[in-house]
Write a protein that binds this ligand. Sequence first.
Ligand code: ADP
Length: 258
Amino acid sequence: GAQFFFSLLLLTALIGTFIYLLKTIKKQNQAAVLRKAFVNNMTHELKTPVSTVMAAVEALQRFVAKDDKERMHNYLEISKTELEHLNDMIERVLELDVDETHRIRLVKSTFDMIPFVRSCLEVTRIATQKNVQILFDPAVEHLVMSADEAHLKNVLGNLLDNAVKYSGDPVQISVDVKEQAGYIVLRIADKGKGIPAEHIPRIFDVFFRVPEGTVHEVKGFGLGLAYVKHVVEQHGGRIRVNSEMGKGSIFTISIPKT
Ligand code: ADP
């Protein structure tokens, strides 16, 4: 009797362990599939800036021979923008990789948000072909905070990129930053296509893209907002979104000041 009971217990424990192992393997497989899809997409996407820079450098060589300063300057600017973009994407690949095992390790420094936001806006303006109209008129001249500047730059870059990508032409963006109860509150509003209400809860999920409309004409992996949310939450902050179809979207981030 007791021996039978003991065997049964052992069997149950063994089955339990087996199920646990199966679940773990399945989870790891899912992570591997996600990673593979991500790397496939990314590899394709990384080729674009490389071929653009290649073409720009070839053009540069021609215009150096002709001593055409204006065109040289133009192609240098394009190369620089594309290299920055490439650098940004490589960083994101590395960050996602880190993310599977640990969380992103923040390296904080103290900096002024106002010139920081201004420089992010400038990058967005240079990097896009569209006519971008940005309204940024902060109530204060300085707003010092402590955060991971590089990651925050990517966060802002992602949100501004989206505002541009999911708007027509011209693009109208308004940005606001202020201090509120120990938090830095950053608000990015666009007048683009908006997000269907039923999809809003999923836009921060990895690989999620709104499945309908013209989204497939717009390049993307569905990773930007997942990364944005991760960085914001690593800082002890929060991100919220308000959106109305055909009217536009507002992303609000609040991050502790220190
Ligand atoms: P990606 O832009 O690469 O597709 P994101 O994670 O940045 O990925 O965004 C997820 C999805 O959320 C987008 O595919 C798009 O459908 C929607 N979205 C994000 N930002 C905006 C925005 N400002 N306006 C409208 N839709 C947006």
